[in-house]
Design a protein around this ligand. Structure first.
Ligand code: M6R
Length: 609
């Protein structure tokens, strides 16, 4: 949570900071602030609300600054307010700190600082850092920050600016992301790479526990013991356009529409030359290793967890290996039964989700091999896992995850095929047929997107409803869960998903005249049962919006509205059937005038527990 930026160089620092914060606003958006040196003196401006409010305040004055730090906040300690916004200052007002993460021992640190005469103005954990730096400072900002970090417990990405050393920024990270961008005679810090792309493509990733010092002379990186490290930059060739809205009203719609490309790129380059088999170059999991696993644990949060639920069906069906799926926040505290024959598969778009990262560490600590599926190169999850498979979805900016989900599903199908081949649970012809179906999915998604006007009409019609239910069986149930999450997180409509067969065990009591029920009916072998469940809802005067695959007369007859997705085998429908649900959520939220890309109370990357 929270976004950090910093700049040092010849440009107008305030403009660079504001621009960077806007690009990071998805990480948190309840307040924002900047600290910069204006003709040598430290200025701090911060404001509750969106970055636009801060920008307006800054625009009322002409600044002359070449160095500064900035922050966009998602509140953890202390409610959103001007005073709790970052940067935070020490008592002398000479040290400014921005921070993303949580200082776990801030209570005890604050109490002892107060005893020593420090005066606190905010309710945040971060403010202790500013006071600690003030105490530790003896003419070397970098040394002071390192000494402070030895006293704190928790997670942090931080940047410190001081009037005492006007040409320098000191930064550090542990368990929270921070990247350093290197331009010609200028340096940038940001919580993610896309925020740097308009300025530089040369990036240096800071490791856990490392401290960086940037100045007009260059940058240097030290480890916790003060040993200088050799750090090379690497070139990022992401398309900057991909990190911008490109004419779409919202990132979410843009990202929904990018799915055909994202799927093509995720599959492309991972096929054998004859196009019949999956092959992940550089993946260290050889067939004999794959064969040695007796069980798979899929661990993730939110949408990535829902992808994992589909993954369970896929892996169990293709490779006949038992799969358990767990929420990362539960996994880490429930002492799961793990051994060396268990593969732990973590899924995370951002690769920075605190619970997922903690689960990964727990699994490795228990001797398991960890395979990560992530979208962000160089993210913490990617760096700490034993093996990594990237989803090539490109930057996902909207808080609601869309293209990350479908590409995660695709990767899970590919992993299923790898396992199945290694475990000899699939005939080559059957595997080739599945690969052929995966290859045409991007075109099929395009077909659904072309029909999106129909979904918009439906969304407009039901946008005022209070509750929506999603039902499905088998793979459709896993997708229903994702559909309900999409709707509630961006439209604030109460939405719940149920295994259709469970309705009669309680939920049916909630169905009354006019309640919309989205019924996923794409699973051929479960169709009859699903039609019966649809009829149960109809009999209670619920409104049925069905999603089915190709022509299905029995579903059509039982439904009030029908969304048809292209005809594909039931086994691969999730990658298609979720798309109308994403669009439905998007258009319902749009009709209600919601802030779609930045829904209330949420943030894109959840880097706190
Ligand atoms: O970056 P991650 O995939 O680890 O994020 C996990 C969840 O926080 C994320 O999927 C969240 O549920 C989304 N807002 C859902 O759209």
């Amino acid at each position: 949570m929270c976004g950090i930026v910093a700049y040092l160089g010849p440009r107008d620092a305030v403009s660079v900071l504001i621009d960077g914060l806007k690009r990071l606003e998805y990480r948190g958006y309840d307040s924002a602030g900047v600290a910069f040196l204006n003709e040598g003196s430290l200025k701090v401006l911060k404001k509750e609300g969106r970055i636009a409010a801060l920008e307006e305040q800054l625009n009322s004055h002409k600044w002359n600054s070449r160095i500064g730090i900035g922050h966009t906040r998602w509140a953890t300690h202390g409610r959103p307010s001007d005073v709790n916004a970052h940067p935070h200052l020490d008592c002398s007002g000479k040290f400014a700190v921005v921070h993303n993460g949580i200082i776990e021992n801030y209570g005890e640190l604050k109490a002892s600082l107060e005893k020593r005469g420090h005066h606190f103005v905010s309710e945040t954990d971060t403010e202790v850092l500013a006071h600690l730096v003030e105490e530790a400072y003896q003419g070397d900002l970098c040394a002071a920050v390192r000494s402070v970090l030895r006293q704190v417990r928790g997670s942090y990405a931080l940047a410190v600016l001081s009037e005492h050393e006007p040409g320098k920024i000191v930064a550090a990270r542990k368990d929270s992301p921070l990247v350093l961008g290197v331009g010609k005679g200028e340096f940038f810090l940001a919580s993610d790479i896309p925020a740097l792309l308009p300025y530089t493509r040369e990036v240096c990733l800071l490791g856990d526990g490392e401290v960086a010092e940037i100045s007009g002379d260059g940058f240097r990186v030290l480890n916790g013991d003060g040993v200088f490290l050799t750090r090379k930059t690497f070139h990022v060739d992401w398309d900057q356009e991909a990190a911008e809205r490109g004419g779409y009203p919202h990132f979410m719609l843009k990202e929904i529409c990018e799915q055909p490309r994202a799927l093509r790129e995720t599959l492309g380059g991972r096929l054998t030359p004859d196009g019949a088999r999956i092959s992940f170059e550089k993946l260290g999991l050889r067939p004999e290793v794959l064969k040695s696993f007796q069980r798979i644990f899929i661990v993730a949060c939110g949408t990535a967890y829902h992808a994992g639920l589909v993954g369970k069906y896929v892996l169990e069906k293709l490779a006949r290996i038992p799969v358990e799926v767990d929420l990362a926040s539960e996994f880490r505290y429930r002492n799961p039964i793990l051994d060396q024959q268990t593969l732990v598969l973590v899924i995370s778009q951002s690769g920075e989700t605190a619970d997922t990262l903690a689960a990964l560490r727990e699994a490795r600590h228990r001797g398991c091999q960890v395979l990560a599926v992530t979208n962000v190169v160089g993210s913490s999850v990617a760096r700490e896992a034993d093996h990594v498979i990237y989803t090539w979805a490109g930057p996902e900016i909207a808080v609601a995850s869309t293209k990350a989900y479908t590409t995660q599903l695709l990767v899970l199908y590919m992993i299923g095929l790898l396992f199945a081949e290694a475990r000899e649970t699939i005939e080559p012809e059957e595997a080739a047929a599945i690969v052929a179906h995966l290859k045409v999915l991007p075109e099929k998604v395009e077909m659904i997107l072309e029909e999106r006007e129909l979904i918009r009409e439906l969304a407009d019609r039901y946008s005022c409803c209070k509750d929506v239910f999603f039902i499905g069986r088998g793979l459709d149930y896993a997708v229903a869960l994702e559909g309900a999450l999409k709707l509630k997180e961006i439209s604030y409509i109460h939405a719940e998903a149920y295994a259709a067969g469970e309705l009669k065990h309680g939920t049916l009591a909630l169905i009354e005249k006019g309640v919309p029920v989205v019924a996923l009916a794409t699973q051929e072998e479960l169709l009859e049962k699903m039609v019966s469940n649809i009829k149960e809802v109809k009999a209670r005067e619920g409104v049925i919006i069905s999603v089915c695959c190709g022509e299905k007369r029995e579903v059509e007859e039982a439904s009030d509205h029908l969304i048809r997705i292209p005809d594909v085998p039931s086994f691969v429908t999730p990658i298609l059937s979720v798309v109308p649900l994403q669009l439905l959520a998007y258009y319902m939220a749009a009709a209600r005038g919601c802030d779609i890309d930045k829904p209330r109370n949420l943030a894109k990357s959840v880097t706190v527990e």
